[in-house]
Design a protein around this ligand. Structure first.
Ligand SMILES: *Cc1c(COP(=O)(O)O)cnc(C)c1O
Length: 380
């Protein structure tokens, strides 16, 4: 077989297809500022689409900790933690994370994505079964696929469906059930107690992804394996998984995205460490973000959110984009979330709230959304 088209033609053709389907994605240089501020194209906007739920990415204490750590330990890690020896901040952060999560031990990863693609293949492999919520994040699906286990998805938050799938595979060796705690694009929460009871009944393990719960909503979480990210409420970067000490030790030898990659930069470790301390010391921050989300949902008659995410499902991708643009004209930065990030036909606006938003701005946003929706209705 010959490969006739060159890469440029190939890519242009693909881009044109995405453009026609309103699914082409674009990057916009944006300067992020405290209190949800954002500067783009010389315009000052107020962002309601950051996952920086506590405003810690621009917190002076966190920035100073990043600077101090870089001064002490350098700009980069030098190599994998296994090769050069690790920056001591890794251990310190792992100890703090495990304590905050109430689990025995923690292991850091380069990002939440890298944690999931590394951890899942350690827990399950060929001959095993992974049963996961259909709305699980792309990196959970990627980790499941990489594991080589049989993968089945259950209807969102449907414990009976998960039970059906576990019982439908009697030939399986081990089984791993995976869910998010707070769902990233829907803002609702998983039935953790019921899923855990099911796992106990069926002899399966439960693993949760707490990317959007950590620091925002403290949930009763019985899962023995709990991963999360330091790039959202912690305002920095990196991923982690907490669980039994022997399991986190096994990851050092077996998780490929731990072994074959460079350790986190000292500045990132320093920032995350300070942020995790603040999260532990100041639960009022998470409560403030949740209160803004609740108020906004109330004003628009939307279901009460479980944490700091409120989705407004529009349906068609082009309509979601049009409403997002209308909100930008009013000074609000809210991105349209389109397939394949969300299922086809459920393009939406995803509003997120941070502890340092002002109540009057949240209310102004709700009014602007109401107006934008009314205009969209008239036009369609
Ligand atoms: C953002 C996210 C991740 C990935 O975390 P990063 O640190 O950004 O790589 C994993 N899972 C969920 C549910 C997420 O929303």
């Amino acid at each position: 077989m010959t490969q006739s088209d060159d890469i440029d033609d190939f890519a242009r053709d693909k881009l044109a297809g995405l453009e026609a389907a309103h699914l082409r994605r674009r990057l916009f240089p944006t300067k992020r500022l405290p209190q949800g501020g954002a500067e783009r194209d010389g315009r000052r906007l107020l962002s309601f689409c950051d996952n920086d739920y506590l405003g810690l990415s621009t917190d002076a204490r966190v920035i100073e900790a990043a600077r101090d750590a870089a001064g002490l330990y350098g700009a980069g890690a030098g190599a994998s933690r296994l090769v050069t020896g690790e920056c001591p901040l890794n251990r310190e952060l792992e100890t703090k994370l495990a304590a905050l999560k109430g689990l025995e031990a923690a292991r850091l990863f380069g990002s939440g994505y890298m944690a999931n693609v590394g951890v899942i293949p350690v827990l399950a492999g060929p001959g095993d079964l992974i049963v996961m919520d259909a709305l699980s994040h792309a990196c959970l699906h990627a980790g499941a696929k990489l594991s080589g286990a049989d993968v089945a998805t259950f209807a969102h938050n449907d414990v009976a469906d998960a039970a059906r799938l576990l019982k439908a595979h009697p030939e399986r060796r081990r089984a791993l059930v995976i869910t998010e705690t707070i769902f990233s694009m829907d803002g609702d929460r998983a039935p953790l107690a019921a899923l855990n009871a099911l796992c106990n009944e069926e002899g399966a393990w439960l693993m949760t992804d707490d990317a959007h719960g950590f620091g925002v909503a403290r949930l009763d979480n019985p899962a023995p394996v709990q991963m999360g990210t330091l790039s959202k409420a912690a305002g920095a970067y990196g991923g982690y998984v907490c669980g039994p000490a022997a399991f986190t030790e096994l990851l050092v030898s077996r998780a490929r995205s731990f072994v074959y990659t460079t350790g986190l930069a000292p500045a990132v470790l320093g920032a995350a460490l300070r942020a995790v301390e603040i999260i532990g010391d100041e639960p009022a921050l998470g409560a403030a973000a949740r209160a803004h989300a609740r108020r906004f949902a109330e004003m628009l008659d939307l279901p009460a959110p479980a944490a700091a995410i409120v989705p407004l499902v529009i349906g068609a991708a082009d309509r979601a984009l049009a409403i997002s643009e209308r909100l930008a004209d009013e000074g609000f930065l809210v991105s349209a979330i389109r397939p394949p990030t969300v299922p086809a036909g459920t393009a939406r606006l995803r509003f997120t709230f941070t502890a340092d938003h002002r109540a009057e701005d949240v209310e102004a946003l709700a009014r602007a959304v109401r107006n934008a929706l009314a205009i969209e209705m008239e036009m369609s």
